[in-house]
Design a binder for this molecule. Structure first.
Ligand code: ZN
Length: 174
């Protein structure tokens, strides 16, 4: 992809995500805008792939649109193409399933994901760990935080072997 195309894609994805998540806040005590998480994930991905993969970074910005907003796969495919829509779908949980089952499936399915989806998962979990450390949800006990950390580590275990530098930022946060 040419540099000018990459800039347009990334700004379009950033704005699309900002609009879609307008009314959402993070669970942390500060109630940060949801977009802070998306820009964090995208920035982690950009940095640890040396700015070489605009599709992956756009996927980082859009990764929660299907799961947490009214955005459909078809809408993403029309706006951003099938490659990005497929990547977002790959990291989207099936919300019709109970939460415990979704969490179990994330661990089970992680090793079967594409390389981009694995990197996105590691960046997503890294961002969530940093949020829990710096602005924990007010109602989370120490035990609940530890459970989240342990579960995130299990998901990331299945995503290893693609990008050492990303694995290291996760391990450092953990
Ligand atoms: Zn996320």
């Amino acid at each position: 992809m040419k540099e000018n195309e990459a800039i347009i894609l990334l700004m379009k994805a950033a704005h699309f995500a900002a609009m879609k998540h307008t009314d959402q806040r993070r669970k942390g005590e500060r109630g940060e805008p949801y977009f802070n998480h998306l820009s964090d994930v995208a920035q982690i991905l950009a940095e640890h792939t040396g700015g070489t993969d605009p599709i992956l970074v756009a996927g980082g910005l859009l990764h929660d649109t299907i799961e947490d907003t009214d955005t459909t796969y078809d809408e993403l495919a029309a706006e951003f193409g099938a490659e990005i829509a497929n990547l977002v779908r790959e990291v989207t949980d099936d919300k019709s399933l109970p939460k415990a089952e979704r969490k179990r499936l994330q661990i089970e399915n992680a090793p079967k994901k594409s390389d981009r989806a694995k990197m996105l998962k590691i960046a997503d979990k890294t961002s969530n760990l940093k949020s829990i450390l710096h602005s924990p949800p007010a109602d989370w006990t120490e035990e609940r935080k530890q459970e989240y950390f342990a579960w995130a580590a299990q998901v990331v275990e299945g995503c290893r072997g693609v990008n050492k530098s990303l694995e290291k930022v996760f391990d450092d946060a953990h």
